[in-house]
Ligand binder design. Sequence first.
Ligand code: PBG
Length: 335
Amino acid sequence: MTTASPGSFPTTRMRRLRAATWRRRLVRETVVTTDDLVQPLFVVEGSNVKDAVASLPGMARLSIDRAVEAAQEAYDLGIPALALFPVVDGALKDEKGKEATNPKNLLCRAVMAVKKAVPDIGLICDVALDPYTTHGHDGIFDGDDVLNDVTVDVLVKQALVLAEAGCDVVAPSDMMDGRIGAVRQALEQRGFFNTMILSYAVKYASAFYGPFRDAVGSRSNLGPKGKHTYQMDAANVSEALREAALDVAEGADMIMVKPGMPYLDVLAAVKREINVPVLAYQVSGEYNMILGAATNGAFDRAAAIHESLLAFKRAGAAAVFTYAAVEYARALQKR
Ligand code: PBG
C-alpha cells in the first residue's frame, strides 16, 4: 500500500484545519468526557465533618454522611466511579495494619453507606496497608524492609472485607509481588466473580505523593529506604511492561500507571503492549502543582486542568484518577 505523500506549502497549509473553532472541533483526535474521570475522596470518622486538606486545595476529609453527599453530587455530574481512601484514627494504627482487615472499619462502612445511597456509582478501594500502619509502609515492616509474602496474606484479607462491604473494584497499590494472583484466587473462592481488580502494577517510588500522605496521615517514618524496595525506580520503563504483563496474567482486569503526567511515556508504552484498560493517576503532587501555579497567576486553572486531562487521554488512558474530576465535570456541564 502506498500512502499519499503530504503536499508541501502552499498546497498544504496546516492552519486551514485550525482556522475556526468548528474546524478544530471537527478534526479533534481526543476528547475528555465525564466518563473518563474517577474522583478520589478521603473519608474520616465523625458526622458532618469537612476538614480541608491544606496541601490539596479544594479537597477535604469527609465524614461518611458528607462522603455520601459528595458521591451523589459526583454521580449526578455523570462521574462513573469514586476512589475512597480512609483517614484512619491514630489509635487504630499498629505495626501490622490490623485494622485493614476489620470488616467494620471506616472504609468498609463508607463503602456500605455510599453503595446504599448511590448504588450505581462505582467504588474503587486501595488494597495496601499504609493508612493503617504506624510506620506508613504499604505492608508489614520488620524494622528493615517490608516483608512480601506475609504482607500478601494480609492484603488478601483486606481485599475480601472490601469486596464483602460492596466495593466494586479492589485496587492493590502496595507493589508486593504475587498479590494479584492471591487476591484473584480468594475472590473466586468466595464467589466474588464480578469484583474487578485494578492493579497499580506500574507504581513508581515518587516524590509526587507528598500531599496524599499528608491527607491520610501516612507520611510518618518510612525510614531511610522509603518505599524504594517495592515501588518502581523512576528511571525504568521496560520493567513497567513486565510488571503489567505479570499482573494481567495473574488476573488483573485493569492496570494503573502512577504518577501520571511525569510518566506519560510509560502510560503510552504500557497501553501499546498490554490489552487491558490502562488507567492513570494524576497524583496529589501533580494536582498541587497545577493549583499552586494557577493561584500564582502562572496560567488559567481550568485550561491547565483540561489540557492535562487531554494529555492523559492522548497517551492512551482509559480513565484518569484526578482530584479535579468534580470540578472538571462541572465545567463540562456549563459548556
Ligand atoms: C498508598 C497510595 C498512595 C497513593 C495512592 N495510594 C501513596 C503512596 O504509595 O505512598 C498516592 C496518591 C496521590 O498522591 O494522589 N499505597
